[in-house]
Design a binder for this molecule. Structure first.
Ligand SMILES: *[C@@H]1O[C@H](CO)[C@@H](O)[C@H](O)[C@H]1NC(C)=O
Ligand SMILES: *[C@@H]1O[C@H](CO)[C@@H](O)[C@H](O)[C@H]1NC(C)=O
Ligand SMILES: *[C@@H]1O[C@H](CO)[C@@H](O)[C@H](O)[C@H]1NC(C)=O
Ligand SMILES: *[C@@H]1O[C@H](CO)[C@@H](O)[C@H](O)[C@H]1NC(C)=O
Ligand SMILES: *[C@@H]1O[C@H](CO)[C@@H](O)[C@H](O)[C@H]1NC(C)=O
Ligand SMILES: *[C@@H]1O[C@H](CO)[C@@H](O)[C@H](O)[C@H]1NC(C)=O
Length: 522
C-alpha cells in the first residue's frame, strides 16, 4: 500500500526536480529565458577610436555598427584600458591589472608571461554554465606555455593569432627582446620573427595572402552555420582590425576618395571592412535562426592610435594614455531582451564588468574566481537601472618612469603613473602620456586646442562628467577632493600584487619552432 502510494509522488518529485534543474539558471539570474540562455556574440575591435564610428559623428562609414547600436543600448560612459593586453585580461578575468600582475605595458611575444591561471576566465565560466565556447582572432594573453593557450582557458575552439599584432596578409610578425623590470628598453639588436596563425593549437599555413578581417569573418560565419543549437553559443570575435599595420584590400577605400591623409584613408577602409564583417556575422546569425536569441556586444579594446589612422576627437590623448582618449571606449549591446532598446546610457561601466554581467545574465555563477573587480551590469543595460559601479581604478603602474615631485608624500606618491574615477571626478597622477587633443587629420574644421600644463605637472583633477575633454584642471581649486581620491589610490595600491614583466627569453625564437610563434616552455 505504502509503496504503491509512494510511486506517483516519486514521479512528481522527479518531474519537479527536472523542472527546477532546467529553470535553475534562469531563476538564479532572476531572468526567465523563454528559449534557454541566449547566445552571446562578443565582438572586440582593436585600437578602434572614439571618433571612428558613424554614430559618434565620424567621417568613417559604419552602417552596420550604427544600425545595431541604434537598435540596442549605446554605452556612452564605458571604459576600457589604454592598451591591448590589459583590456583583454580584464575582460577575461573580471579583475583589475593590479590584481593579476599585468599592470605594466603589454605581454610582448618574446616574454614568458600570461594571464595568471589561478582564476577561471569568462569562457571557463560560460562553458560551466552550458555554453559552447569559441574564440576567433587575437589572443594576446600569453602563450609561452601550452596552459596559456585559449583552448586551455575555457574555449572549445580557437582560430587566430597569439601575439599582439602582425601583418594582415602574411600573418608574420617580428618582435624585439625586452629588458627585465625597469622599463620598456630593448635588450639586444636581435629581432625574433615568425608566423602567427593557429587552428586550435595547430599552426596554419594555408591562409597566406588572405586578409585577416575576411579570414576571421568567414570562420565565424561557418562556425555559426555549423553550430548545434542544443547548446547556447559564446563567440568571442577578437578582430585584428583596426590595429596597425595599415593594410586593407583597395576596394574598401574607394568610399574615402575625399580623405587626403593616407593613413586615415587606409584606416577608414579597414574600419569599413570590419563593419562589413559584423554585417556578415549578424546575417549568419539571422539565417541560422539564432539572432532572435542572441546578446550581441561590441567593444573596442582601447582608444584609437592617432599615429596609425585612429582618432578620438574631441577627447584628450590617445592609445597608451590615461587621458579619456586612451580609455573611453566605443561600446554597445544589441538584443531583443533589452527593454530600453534604442537608447544610450551614461551609467558608468568598465570592461572588467563583462564577466559578472554575461555569466550572471546567462544564469551562471562566479564561484571559483578570485575576488572580482567587475560588477553585474545586466539590469543597467537591459532595464536602465542605475549602475552598481561608483568607481573605476584605471590603473596604478609602479614600473612606469616617475614624473615630477611627490606632492602628497603622506598619502600616495604622485610621481607614479595612476588614474582613478570616483563618481563624477577623475584624478590622474604621474605621467599620463601625451596630453594633446588631436582633431581628425582629414578636416580643418577644428580649432587646435593646446595644453598649457607645465612639463613637470603630475596631478590633475577633472569633473569628468561635465568636462569629458579634460580641459579644466581642478586640482588646485579642490585639494580636499584630490586628497580623497589619492586615498582611494593608496587603498587600491595596498591590495596590489607586484607587477610581472619578465625579461625576454631567447628560447621563444620562432626559428626553433618551425617558424611559428608558439609555446616554448614545457
Ligand atoms: C525595441 O524593441 C521593440 C520590441 O521588440 C520593437 O518594437 C522596437 O522597434 C525596438 N526599437 C528599436 C529602436 O529598435
Ligand atoms: C561578407 O560577405 C560577402 C559575401 O559573402 C563577402 O564577399 C565579403 O568578403 C564578406 N566580408 C568580410 C569582411 O568578410
Ligand atoms: C527565432 O526564430 C526561429 C526561426 O525563425 C524560430 O524557430 C525560433 O523559435 C525563434 N526564437 C525565438 C527566441 O523567438
Ligand atoms: C556558489 O556559491 C554560492 C554561495 O557560496 C552557493 O550557495 C552555491 O551553491 C554555489 N553554486 C555552485 C554551482 O557551486
Ligand atoms: C604602492 O605599494 C608598493 C608596495 O607596497 C609600494 O612600494 C609603493 O611605494 C606604493 N606606491 C605608491 C604610489 O604609494
Ligand atoms: C604629443 O604628440 C603630438 C602629436 O604627435 C606632438 O606634436 C607633440 O610633440 C607631442 N608632445 C610631447 C610632449 O611629446
Amino acid at each position: 500500500m505504502l509503496l504503491e502510494q509512494a510511486r506517483p509522488d516519486k514521479a512528481v518529485c522527479r518531474m519537479l526536480a527536472f523542472v527546477l534543474i532546467s529553470l535553475w539558471p534562469a531563476l538564479v539570474s532572476g531572468q526567465l529565458w523563454p528559449f534557454g540562455p541566449p547566445n552571446i556574440v562578443f565582438v572586440l575591435a582593436d585600437d578602434y577610436g572614439f571618433n571612428d564610428v558613424g554614430y559618434h559623428g565620424s567621417e568613417i562609414l559604419t552602417p552596420n555598427l550604427d544600425k545595431l547600436a541604434g537598435e540596442g543600448v549605446k554605452l556612452e560612459n564605458y571604459y576600457v584600458q589604454p592598451i591591448c593586453t590589459p583590456t583583454r585580461s580584464q575582460l577575461m578575468s573580471g579583475r583589475y591589472q593590479i590584481h593579476t600582475g599585468l599592470q605594466h605595458d603589454i605581454i610582448w611575444a618574446t616574454q614568458p608571461n600570461g594571464l595568471p591561471l589561478d582564476s577561471p576566465t569568462l569562457a571557463d565560466k560560460l562553458r560551466e554554465t552550458g555554453y559552447s565556447t569559441h574564440a576567433i582572432g587575437k589572443w594576446h594573453l600569453g602563450f609561452y606555455k601550452e596552459d596559456y593557450l585559449p583552448t586551455r582557458r575555457g574555449f572549445d575552439s580557437y582560430y587566430g593569432y597569439l601575439t599582439g599584432s602582425e601583418d594582415y596578409n602574411t600573418h608574420y610578425r617580428c618582435d624585439d627582446m625586452h629588458d627585465a623590470p625597469g622599463g620598456d628598453g630593448v635588450d639586444t639588436d636581435e629581432r625574433m620573427c615568425g608566423y602567427d596563425l593557429r587552428d586550435n593549437e595547430v599552426p596554419v599555413k594555408d591562409q597566406l595572402e588572405k586578409y585577416s578581417t575576411q579570414v576571421f569573418t568567414e570562420k565565424a560565419v561557418n562556425l555559426i552555420k555549423n553550430h548545434e543549437q542544443k547548446k547556447p553559443l559564446f563567440l568571442y570575435m577578437a578582430y585584428q582590425a583596426v590595429h596597425s599595420p595599415l593594410e586593407v584590400p583597395e576596394d574598401y577605400t574607394w568610399n574615402y576618395y575625399n580623405i587626403q591623409d593616407k593613413n586615415r584613408k587606409t584606416y577608414a577602409g579597414m574600419v569599413s571592412c570590419m563593419d562589413e564583417g559584423v554585417g556578415n556575422i549578424t546575417d549568419a546569425l539571422k539565417k541560422a535562426g539564432m539572432w532572435n536569441n542572441t546578446v550581441f556586444v561590441f567593444s573596442t579594446d582601447n582608444g584609437g592610435e592617432i599615429l596609425a589612422g585612429g582618432n578620438n576627437w574631441p577627447l584628450r590623448g590617445w592609445k597608451h594614455s590615461l587621458w579619456e582618449g586612451g580609455m573611453r571606449g566605443v561600446g554597445f549591446v544589441h538584443s531583443r531582451f533589452i527593454q530600453n532598446n534604442g537608447t544610450q546610457t551614461k551609467e558608468l561601466m568598465h570592461v572588467s564588468d563583462w564577466l559578472p554581467t554575461l555569466v550572471g545574465m546567462a544564469g551562471g555563477d562566479t564561484n571559483g574566481t578570485k575576488p572580482l573587480d567587475g560588477y553585474n551590469q545586466w539590469e543597467m543595460i537591459s532595464k536602465g537601472k542605475p549602475s552598481p559601479r561608483k568607481e573605476i581604478l584605471h590603473n596604478i603602474d609602479i614600473m612606469f618612469p616617475p614624473k615630477g615631485d611627490n606632492l602628497y608624500p603622506d598619502i600616495f606618491d604622485t610621481r607614479t603613473r595612476a588614474a582613478i574615477r570616483v563618481g563624477e571626478y577623475k584624478l590622474i597622477t604621474g605621467d599620463p602620456g601625451n596630453s594633446s587633443w588631436i582633431p581628425p587629420p582629414s578636416t580643418s574644421l577644428y580649432f587646435p586646442k593646446t595644453s598649457h600644463d607645465a612639463p613637470e605637472k603630475n596631478v590633475w583633477l577633472f569633473h569628468v562628467t561635465s568636462d569629458p575633454d579634460e580641459e579644466i584642471d581642478l586640482s588646485s581649486k579642490h585639494p580636499d577632493i584630490v586628497k580623497e581620491l589619492l586615498q582611494r589610490l593608496a587603498y587600491y595600491n595596498s591590495t596590489a600584487v607586484p607587477p610581472v614583466y619578465p625579461k625576454s627569453d631567447p628560447n621563444c625564437d620562432p626559428k626553433l619552432h618551425n617558424g611559428f610563434w608558439g609555446p616554448w616552455v614545457s
